[in-house]
Design a protein around this ligand. Structure first.
Ligand SMILES: [Zn+2]
Length: 355
């Protein structure tokens, strides 16, 4: 009796493994050959986490550090997500995506954004929803233009148009002193992008001046609502609209030896799931997971996914290697392992299955 039960279990496991492989191959086929179908098409056909494990239900709802053991797939749970492959293949013409420089240059300056307060997150509930990325560097550090462009604004945000949240909330100004550049795409008919540099101490350029990528445009400060000296960098497609931002990491070139994960957590119908904690583990030799960082998926608004990508989280500045992504959705964890390549963006879809 136990023997036949065991062989049934083995056969079921084998069938599940085959189904997962077939769905991964299907996703890869759809991704490579049917870019028009985009995220929705890459839905794995089988292997959804239908049971909620006791471990998953104890996982905190905030993106705090979690025990790596909790990220180990439970027996009988097939990983759901399938890495969709190197992202540049499926993006519209690369610039402006992954084509801008860092806002700081040189070995002595931090070139990575704070991982604790990523775009579209609240820093674990500590702060207001983040519309950009924060780069901490000492007061007076030179801020560089992320791309060639034209200076379209310099000055205090309280004296000019409302760049930040509605004026009533921060009467003394939200961004303090800022510089905004306009970047016109090569296709003259395309919508320009704006890069916004906030909380600066000193402005080094004047309005209507043309600047080159890497050129010094301002110095780090803590003007406006800032707890310490840092640059708040935003990318948006409307000059004076706080609700028209995108995740800056979609536009910044990866640093040498590093890459990024651009991901989407969705429900069975393909709709984005908001405010889902997502943890990232680095997989060492032998597969042992080592917690790396965490974020939450974007809320429904006012931050936005980039059209055609429809991401709702990004992990960037990742040394090339293997990683595990675990999304703690209400119905249980969704997870997958994937490879991050040097200089590449890897797209990932984690989609809940119907019960
Ligand atoms: Zn900020």
């Amino acid at each position: 009796m136990s023997l036949s039960f065991g062989s049934w279990r083995r056969r079921r496991r084998r069938l599940l493994a085959i189904a997962a492989t077939v769905s991964s191959l299907l996703a890869a086929y759809l991704f490579l050959l049917r870019p028009d179908l985009r995220w929705q098409a890459a839905t794995p056909a089988a292997g959804g986490p239908r049971q909620v494990t006791a471990q998953a239900s104890r996982t905190p709802a905030t993106p705090t550090r979690v025990d790596p053991a909790r990220a180990t797939p439970s027996p009988g749970h097939a990983p759901v997500g399938a890495p969709l492959g190197p992202l540049p293949k499926r993006l519209p013409p690369s610039p402006p995506l992954l084509s801008m420089g860092r806002p700081f240059i040189g070995p002595d300056l931090g070139q990575k954004a704070s991982p604790n307060y990523l775009y579209g997150s609240t820093g674990g509930g500590e702060y207001i929803l983040h519309h950009g990325l924060d780069f901490s560097n000492p007061l007076g550090s030179r801020i560089a233009a992320v791309a060639d462009g034209e200076v379209v604004f310099t000055g205090e945000d309280r004296s000019g148009p409302p760049f930040g949240p509605p004026k009533g909330r921060f009467p003394e100004g939200f961004y303090g002193r800022l510089v905004v550049l306009r970047h016109q795409p090569e296709d003259a008919g395309a919508t320009p992008l704006y890069s916004l540099y906030a909380h600066v101490n000193r402005v080094l350029v004047r309005r209507r001046q043309r600047v080159r990528e890497g050129q010094g445009i301002a110095e780090v400060g803590m003007a406006g609502i800032a707890l310490g000296p840092h640059l708040h960098l935003e990318i948006r497609d409307a000059l004076q609209d706080y609700g028209r931002t995108y995740n800056p990491y979609l536009f910044l070139k990866p640093l040498p030896g590093e890459g990024l994960i651009i991901g989407r957590v969705s429900d069975p119908a393909g709709r984005a799931l908001a405010k889902v904690p997502v943890n990232l583990f680095r997989l060492a030799e032998g597969g042992a997971p080592d917690w790396w960082t965490a974020t939450t998926t974007y809320p429904a608004e006012p931050v936005r996914p980039y059209p055609g990508i429809d991401e709702n989280f990004v992990f960037a500045d990742l040394p090339a290697g293997r990683y595990r992504v675990v999304a703690q959705t209400g119905g249980g964890p969704l997870q997958t392992d994937l490879e991050v390549g040097d200089g590449e963006a890897t797209a990932l879809l984690l989609q809940r299955q119907l019960p």
